[in-house]
Design a protein around this ligand. Structure first.
Ligand code: CA
Length: 233
């Protein structure tokens, strides 16, 4: 299933960059790499890659800036950040900028490959979800990653749409954070940083779809049970 996917590795440390490239090629991916932020950004913006592995600490343009610039051009481009272990703030900042996922260094190859497969699988599956989601004040177009609300046009990231689509499919009940992590992110584990990942995305979505994000009416919290999307019809 990995055949033909093209991955860009943006990493300044030569040993990691070359090691990663070798491993990914071994697993059947086509790999290109960049050793600096500028080169990485240039290649990333070419739009030729199914997935980008993005180191945060890079000379010149850092990983955050690259993530930001890619998202400004292409909200669907799958991006996995490479972060230092324990650097939760880095993870949160990257996710807020629109990265799909992260892997903490030093990572196991098996873990990395599983994350890559999960992100690629979701980016392929994204086309199959319901075309529109109707909320009391918002109309969401899942295919175009867009919406129209009281205050005009809304732009979503792919991950935000995945969360909304899953909640919409299960709108008859609250969905626990652990279930969102398992179904949308593909995480079997349940670490604190990962449940916070869900909360970060819910907060971002609320800022977009709620007239009063602090008093949500579309995407509500059911205490002790999870999040529930109140769809119309
Ligand atoms: Ca680095």
């Amino acid at each position: 299933m990995t055949k033909g996917y093209r991955i860009l590795v943006i990493e300044d440390e030569q040993a990691i960059r070359e090691g990663l490239s070798d491993v990914l090629i071994y697993h059947g991916y086509a790999v290109d790499s960049a050793a600096t932020g500028a080169e990485g950004l240039n290649k990333a913006l070419s739009g030729r890659f199914d997935l980008i592995l993005l180191d945060i600490m890079l000379p010149g343009i850092d990983g955050y800036e690259i993530c930001n610039r890619i998202r400004a051009e292409d909200r669907r481009q799958p991006i996995i950040m490479l972060t230092a272990r324990g650097a939760d703030e880095d993870v949160i900042r990257g996710l807020k900028l629109g990265a799909d996922d992260y892997v903490a260094k030093p990572f196991s190859i098996q873990q990395l490959v599983l994350r890559i497969q999960a992100v690629l699988r979701r980016s392929q599956a994204g086309m199959e979800q319901a075309r529109t989601i109707s909320l009391p004040n918002v109309e969401i177009d899942t295919e175009n990653l867009s919406g129209v609300g009281k205050n005009g046009d809304i732009v979503f990231t792919r991950r935000e749409i995945e969360v909304l689509a899953y909640l919409a499919e299960n709108s008859d009940r609250p969905v626990p954070r652990e279930e969102l992590l398992a179904k949308v992110w593909g995480y079997a584990r349940n670490l604190d940083i990962e449940t916070r990942t869900v909360d970060i995305h819910i907060a971002k979505i609320r800022r977009k779809i709620e007239p009063e994000p602090k008093e949500p009416r579309n995407l509500v919290t059911v205490r002790g049970a999870g999040y529930r999307l109140l769809t119309e019809g």
